[in-house]
Design a protein around this ligand. Sequence first.
Ligand code: GAR
Length: 195
Amino acid sequence: MKAVILASGEGTNAENIVSFFENKKDHVQIVGIISDQPESGVLKKAKRWNIPAVLIKKKVRERSIHEREVFNQIIKWGGDWVFLAGYMRVLGPNFVAKFYDEGKGHSRILNIHPSLLPSFRGLRAYERAFEANIPFSGVSVHFVDEGIDTGQLLVQKRFFRLEEDSFEDFKKRGQRLEHEAYIEAISKVLKGDYI
Ligand code: GAR
């Protein structure tokens, strides 16, 4: 697996993936990082890693141009997998199709979503789960398809909401699980252990 990480935010998932696979013989190599946000934590963190990182800014009404740039960069690095790690942009069907594996019947794009899918698809999932006052929530890692957070699930992990939880406590608990879930999901893909 030669994977490129796409991220828009702090980069804690990216950091976790990079450091987990850094010295392993697991055949996962992170060949590059792409962010669409100039001020993102992930670009700052990437300077400490020995991995190329670039900014490819969002162009609001030009999705296809933006996605072509992202695709070209991935190919330049020799990437054959894409790990979305807090990439706050929906990838269009043309982009997803480029990473479709006919033999396996899914794309070579993974995404982490901060809810127990199919609940709370889309943006602000932690916020909406917290506001809904549900007794537990969770995180999901899935293959990306053309829909919004609709692709085949690989790993889900559940966490309980405690009565005294502030939103920050709730989110922190979820984010710790995100890191575990992403590594588990990548490991499952490596072993082919998900059909
Ligand atoms: C994570 O909580 C991730 O689940 C979420 O963005 C955050 C990124 O944090 N992703 C989504 O909401 C995707 N719809 P990070 O930059 O610290 O990894």
